[in-house]
Design a protein around this ligand. Structure first.
Ligand code: PEP
Length: 233
């Protein structure tokens, strides 16, 4: 099965550094069985599409739940598709936390993405509090069930306490949680949360890990290239 390496730039590198990173990425040798997806800020999508294709895939960091119309500031799935996107992050914890995105809205976003022929990368994950209270797995399973997913999608298990903190879930925990998710939902499951060049080889070697979603380390060409290279062939 394919392993996914997804880089989420968040609200970074919107200037010339982003373009030069894209040019570097376009020169990387990508082995068969490795799918690299780059999610730059929306304003770079078109440029990224021309620079990256055909070797690397393009993803958006967010999408509107609406097909079009009077929704100031939003970007529709049709627009993302036209810009060359094949994947869209949906329900990233920063969207849930800072923009109050809940289940009903996320269901619509997934629907928009899929109906435009793109693949949603649905992000889920527990806070430390939730982990202590009922355990990560019941929380994450409920989070996914609430979205009533069907069709083609990827899951990204990203413990909230591991995002941007330098902390990662233990290898056993990642394997245990993701193997249950894979079995229950029948979708590929990526891991995210402080993945870097040093920990990526061990994480990517886990059988229940179908890839990684990388934030901070995807901004650094050397670190991101090493993560891509460390993918088991
Ligand atoms: C993310 O943005 O999804 C993420 C996992 O960030 P980081 O790798 O920086 O923890």
């Amino acid at each position: 099965m394919e392993k996914y390496i997804v880089g989420n730039w968040k609200m970074n590198l919107g200037d010339g550094r982003g373009l030069s990173l894209l040019k570097h990425l376009a020169t990387l040798k990508i082995f068969p069985g490795v799918r690299v997806v780059v999610c730059p800020p929306a304003l770079l999508l078109r440029e990224a599409h021309h620079t990256l294709s055909p070797g690397l895939a393009l993803g958006a960091q967010d999408v509107s739940a609406h097909p079009g119309g009077a929704f100031t500031g939003e970007i529709s799935a049709a627009m993302l598709k036209a810009a060359g996107c094949q994947y869209v992050l949906v329900g990233h914890s920063e969207r849930r936390l800072y923009h109050g995105e809940g289940e009903a809205l996320l269901r619509e976003k997934v629907r928009q993405v899929q109906s435009h022929g793109m693949t949603p990368i649905v992000c889920v994950g527990e806070t430390l509090e939730e982990k202590k209270q009922g355990g990560a797995l019941p929380f994450v399973t409920a989070q996914i069930r609430a979205l009533a997913l069907s069709g083609s999608y990827l899951l990204a298990y990203e413990p909230r306490w591991a995002i941007g903190t330098g902390l990662t879930a233990g290898l056993h925990d990642i394997q245990d949680i993701q193997s249950v998710l894979k079995e229950q939902f029948g979708a590929p499951v990526l891991y995210g949360g402080s993945v870097n060049a040093e920990n990526a080889p061990d994480i990517l070697a886990l059988p229940a890990v179908d890839g990684v979603l990388v934030g901070g380390a995807s901004l650094d060409i050397e670190a991101f290239s090493k993560i891509i290279e460390s993918t088991p062939k």
